[in-house]
Design a protein around this ligand. Structure first.
Ligand SMILES: NC(=O)CC[C@H](N)C(=O)O
Length: 376
């Protein structure tokens, strides 16, 4: 294997070996604490602009399959692991992780002391890094990473949203059929605005009996009205929610016109800004499948999948919303709902993909809301 370097913005250097594509890339370094699900993680469009370090030490041992994609291709800038397993074994796998990354031009780096890297980020906060398989000139790499831009203030959604509307018919994987379920019912029409949508969200809507139309991020309110939706979904997506003015405007129009709205992650942040709120960047974010969240409306605690760097400053929304979910690790707000409109959103990922399934009930909660809104 060829050697590769990871150099952080603050000058810290890690040496490892390259797997996947060769080259050089800059991105924000974040860590993910999920023990499995690397395929879903690397294909989650919300990671665009970020390189992900897995805390679980052995990665790659079940390969990559045709079914577990969250989008059509990997979106991480690079992938950082302690030990890459070239050998893989799974009845569904058809390609190794390294081959998959190489095919899509994504650099992987293995042999990294990920415990040290994660402790560093926990103490100092997320920061940019550069990975290179091309040079061992550390000074040059340090200079490049010091000059690179962070993710704040940039619209990254434009790089991952679809360009044309489309219908989605696939439901969840059915292990007995060894195939996906497909839409049978069209009880509701949900328009899902694609800011970098994860496919499991769409599968869950289909499971719940919805007909789903996915539309590009810059679709206007008038265009959505023409599609005659029963409810509108604001998706997850990469980067900073602040510069997405077109999305804030859409969310404001939807709320003002009393449409049922459900937001996940970036969708929650967009909705909060549209309501007059603010967001802020967390020190190192929440990325993983083991985040405890309390549903304040039922008192139940759920273990959730999360992937976000920004959070909603709920003080800025005081009196306008009810807090429905709170993260029990750091008490950040993980869910809000409007008092007088059929609108709610969560900061975490009820679609799991990968992660625990505890929060799937939110899809039913939304479709119940859509159902009630039809009768008012
Ligand atoms: N998964 C997401 O939608 C992430 C939202 C946003 N990009 C953040 O990092 O907070």
């Amino acid at each position: 294997m060829q050697s590769a370097y990871l150099v952080l913005e603050d000058g810290t250097v890690f040496e490892g070996e390259s797997f996947g594509a060769k080259g050089e890339v800059v991105g924000e370094v974040v860590f993910n604490t999920s023990m499995s699900g690397y395929q879903e993680i690397i294909t989650d469009p919300s990671y665009y602009g970020q390189m992900v370090a897995m805390t679980y030490p052995l990665i790659g041992n079940y390969g990559i399959n045709e079914q577990d994609f969250e989008s059509l291709k990997p979106h991480v800038s690079a992938f950082i692991v302690k030990e890459y397993s070239k050998a893989y074994s799974n009845y569904r796998a058809n390609i190794s992780l390294g081959e998959f990354l190489e095919k899509h031009g994504i650099i992987g780096i293995t042999g990294i002391d990920t415990r040290k890297l994660v402790r560093h980020i926990r103490l100092r906060g997320s920061m940019n890094g550069i990975i290179s398989t091309q040079t061992d000139n550390i000074d040059e790499l340090q200079k490049k990473v010091a000059e690179s831009d962070g993710i704040e203030g940039r619209d990254l959604v434009q790089y991952v949203s679809c360009s044309q509307p489309y219908q989605w018919r696939q439901g969840s994987w059915n292990i007995d059929k060894n195939d996906f379920n497909y839409a049978g019912k069209d009880d509701y029409h949900i328009v899902a605005v694609d800011y970098g949508i994860k496919q499991n969200i769409l599968r869950y809507f289909v499971d719940c009996g919805a007909k789903v139309t996915v539309v590009p991020a810059k679709t206007t309110f008038d265009e959505i009205v023409k599609l005659n939706p029963d409810g509108v979904f604001l998706s997850n997506g990469p980067g900073d929610p602040e510069p997405l003015h077109y999305a804030h405007e859409l969310a404001k129009n939807l709320v003002d016109n009393n449409y049922p709205v459900f937001g996940i992650c970036l969708g929650n942040q967009i909705l909060s800004i549209a309501l007059g709120g603010k967001t802020y960047k967390l020190k190192f974010g929440h990325h993983g499948g083991n985040q405890p969240v309390k549903d304040m409306t039922t008192g139940k605690v759920e273990i959730t999948a999360q992937n976000h760097c920004f959070a909603v400053d709920v003080e800025s929304l005081k009196d306008k919303v009810e807090i429905t979910h709170v993260n029990l690790n750091d008490k950040t707000v993980e869910g809000i709902k409007l008092k007088n409109n059929p609108v709610f959103a969560v900061q975490y990922h009820p679609e799991n993909g990968p992660g625990p399934h505890d929060a799937k009930y939110l899809f039913t909660r939304f479709l119940d809301m859509v159902q009630s809104a039809r009768h008012v």
